[in-house]
Ligand binder design. Structure first.
Ligand SMILES: [Zn+2]
Length: 84
């Protein structure tokens, strides 16, 4: 009788853990901070502001278009001209 009760308790706990894990995965991990994801410059790794854009040169206008990333406002070469 005691063994049977123990199996029931362990089984119920296991099912509860599985359900919580499923809900956690489906909701996209609610523990993570909400809002926009943080963005970083791929060249100098500094964090970008909310509306900050990267500078790039359009290398090939024929599809598929290729864009050469030159950096953010802090690390992009200022003397370079082109399609910013
Ligand atoms: Zn940068």
């Amino acid at each position: 009788m005691l063994d049977n009760l123990y199996v029931w308790i362990v089984g119920a706990f296991f099912l509860l853990v599985v359900f919580i894990a499923l809900i956690w995965m489906l909701q996209g991990r609610p523990i993570a901070p909400a809002g926009k994801p943080r963005r970083f410059c791929p060249l100098c790794k500094s964090e970008l502001a909310a509306n900050e854009t990267l500078k790039g040169l359009i290398v090939d206008s024929n599809p598929p278009q290729k864009i050469l990333i030159r950096g953010c406002t802090r690390c992009a070469p200022r003397e370079e001209t082109g399609t910013w």
